[in-house]
Design a protein around this ligand. Structure first.
Ligand SMILES: C[S@@+](CC[C@H](N)C(=O)[O-])C[C@H]1O[C@@H](n2cnc3c(N)ncnc32)[C@H](O)[C@@H]1O
Length: 219
């Protein structure tokens, strides 16, 4: 998917990126990022590699690196985050441990390889092809995958319909989605992952999955 024709660069702006960076510097991770970070860290972080898809300004993987992860790769559809993301990395001396790529892993699978931990925070709801996105993410998770998504509650769907109508009125291709949770988890199961945690954080649902081989080795 092309970020510009589909409106990602218009919806996610440099101004928003600045706000997200400052919020992290002042208050640390918000939710559901903090819960995902704890779930990602549950099996230990020391020396682990992280792939974040749609990581925005990068606060979540920056946090995982500060807690002991070795390196991170971020694949982002929108280029609006890059300047602030670079400043955040410099502020924490992490530039050399993070690779940032602008593009779509679904249509361009060569953008990133496998990692021990794969993270998608509030991303699957911004992308129409959840099967392609989660299959690409699941295939790359050597040990753990954590992600957040909105529920398919009628109120949430009504809110998203309003948001999408607004985007349509403005002539933008961007749409938000409440994809079916069971179908999303089936895609990840097909990729060899098993759900080990499911919960909620405010309006968001959070899930952690582990690679079945790794679970069996640990048993
Ligand atoms: C709501 S923002 C969330 C940003 C960040 N994860 C956070 O929670 O602050 C969703 C992000 O996902 C990105 N995104 C959506 N689909 C993507 C895809 N297929 N590959 C990479 N990034 C994607 C968008 O560009 C956007 O920056």
């Amino acid at each position: 998917m092309d970020c510009c024709s589909s409106g990602y660069d218009e919806v996610f702006t440099a101004r928003q990126a600045r706000w997200f960076r400052r919020r992290y510097e002042t208050h640390g991770l918000g939710q559901p990022a903090a819960t995902l970070a704890d779930l990602a860290a549950a099996g230990g972080l020391d020396g682990r590699t992280v792939l974040e898809i749609g990581g925005g300004v990068g606060d979540l993987h920056v946090d995982l690196l500060r807690r002991g992860a070795a390196t991170a790769t971020n694949v982002e559809l929108s280029s609006s985050w890059e300047e602030q993301a670079g400043e955040l990395l410099d502020a924490h001396g992490l530039r050399g441990r993070v690779t940032r790529v602008v593009g779509d892993l679904v249509t361009d699978p060569g953008l990133a390889g496998a990692a021990d931990i794969v993270v998608l925070n509030r991303v699957v709801c911004c992308y129409p092809d959840f099967v392609g996105l989660l299959a690409a993410a699941g295939a790359r998770a050597r040990q753990t995958l954590v992600f957040s998504y909105p529920p398919r509650h009628p109120l949430v769907r009504a809110g998203l319909a309003l948001l999408n109508a607004w985007q349509r009125l403005r002539g933008r291709g961007y749409r938000a989605f409440a994809h079916p949770p069971s179908a999303m988890h089936e895609v990840l199961q097909e990729a060899g992952l098993r759900r080990v945690f499911g919960g909620r954080q405010g309006v968001w649902r959070v899930s952690a999955l582990a690679r079945v081989d790794a679970l069996e080795r640990a048993a």
